[in-house]
Each structure stands twice: as C-alpha cells, then as structure tokens.
Design a protein around this ligand. Structure first.
Ligand code: FES
Length: 82
C-alpha cells in the first residue's frame, strides 16, 4: 500500500528501510523522503514504522564465549610440517 504519495513510498519500502536500520521518522525522512513535502503521510508512516520495528527480533547484546575470549592466537601450522 502507498504510504507517501508525494514520494511514492509504500509500506514495503518502510519495512525494508527498518530492516536496513531505520528506527525513527527522521531516519525514514532521510532515507525515503517520507513526510518531506505535504506531510499527510506522517501518521500512517509512523504506524508502519512501529509495526515494522515490532517485527524485528530484540537485539541481544553480543556475548563472546569465554573460550574464544581467552584464546591466544597461535601460528597456523604449515602444510609441509606433516
Ligand atoms: S504524502 Fe508524504 S509528503 Fe506528501
């Protein structure tokens, strides 16, 4: 469905923008031009933004396994050593 007629932005465009990292109306405005002319799309765009953002899995802080964190770098064996 079209969300922003002035810029030809659809809900699919907004979902893709959110997958690419957009999380706010300001970012949608910068990436897609949503709400940059008449502004009538603002409420609908925000609704689609919220819906798309809710579908993204919660970001879990990266955890480095203890084994990897304590591993020291060892030289790679050469193929002629065997
Ligand atoms: S409909 Fe989006 S700026 Fe006009």
């Amino acid at each position: 469905m079209y969300v922003c007629l002035c810029k030809g932005v659809t809900d699919r465009h907004i979902h893709e923008a959110v997958r690419q990292g957009s999380r706010s109306m300001r970012q949608l405005n910068q990436t897609l031009g949503v709400c940059s002319q008449c502004g009538r799309c603002g409420r609908c765009a925000k609704g689609v933004l919220d819906e798309a953002t809710a579908q993204i899995p919660a970001q879990v802080p990266a955890q480095v396994p203890a084994q990897v964190a304590t591993r020291t770098s060892a030289p790679m064996p050469t193929s002629a050593a065997a």
